[in-house]
Write a protein that binds this ligand. Sequence first.
Ligand code: ADP
Ligand code: MG
Length: 331
Amino acid sequence: MLNEFSLIEQYFLNNKKQRPDSIVGIGDDGAVTRVQPNHDLVTVTDTMVNGVHFDESTPPRAIGHKIVAVNLSDLAAMGAEPCWISLALTLPDADETWLSEFAAGLHEICQYYDCTLIGGDTTRGPLTVTVTAQGQVPAGEAITRSGAKPGDWLYVSGPLGDAGLGLDMTQQADMATGPHLQRLVERLYYPHPRVALGQTLRNVAGACIDISDGLLADLQHLLSSSGVAADIELDKIPLSLAMTETLSQDAAYKKALTAGDDYELCFTVEEHNRGRLETLTAHLKNKPICIGRITQLREPAIQFKLHGEVYELPLEYQGYNHFNNSVTAKD
Ligand code: ADP
Ligand code: MG
């Protein structure tokens, strides 16, 4: 079996192109990186645990991709350009097939976003992967959750619920069919963080959050950080064709509002910045969709409208009001 050092050398000390601002990388006691003048450093961390965030059926390549993707999604939400990651890996054993697939998924997404793996730690124990990612943003331009104001418009970056539907398809034999199966499972296993959009939103979005736990849960975080509430127009919530062709309309909206793992961005834009947003995102394949508006703080903080009328969500959705008590284990 590989020892810790040959494992690091074989799978993580890669000879892929390194960023020129990675001065000292894997192999020393610490990594040294050079931050651009007049920039702020943004640091994020996310962990994925076997049996909680993935299971034995998840391809190791997907785990390698996703642990980086979820971190880059947090950087995107802050408006930061991803630069460096470090990897803390806890493995029950050195399974070389698992490691080479995991490393391939991880290196692939890092190369795509020009993000260099600069170090980490390797330990033995129950399978757990943690990535810390760092990115840069021009000084003072990081986007936070707390900048939403009454009157701002509320946007999401793309269709919601697909990853949750993909998860059902991997877990329920009776759903594992149909023309959209592969696409939806890909959305679950290989999420695309909205890296370009996040950087475009600097100085345009008032507040931003990435949707990792479902729109209602994550929007709630943004609203409470900002001390505001929101009206959402239910029929403006974007659903993919795969979603509308697989689930009934009610089930599709429920998925879109409550399922996690989509890694789209949810953000607010002041009235006078709406044209700017449209111009700056005109070249994007997925254009942001306006789903509602920020209001003064009130209870409930999230209210729905359908064709202009207040719309009460079916009771089983109401859990979103109590997310503090009902967060899933994976949070
Ligand atoms: P130390 O004992 O000084 O912490 P380690 O033996 O843990 O050093 O690690 C040796 C080098 O390998 C360090 O540069 C560390 O950042 C890097 N490293 C360890 N594990 C990983 C990993 N899973 N991925 C990338 N780099 C790693
Ligand atoms: Mg160490």
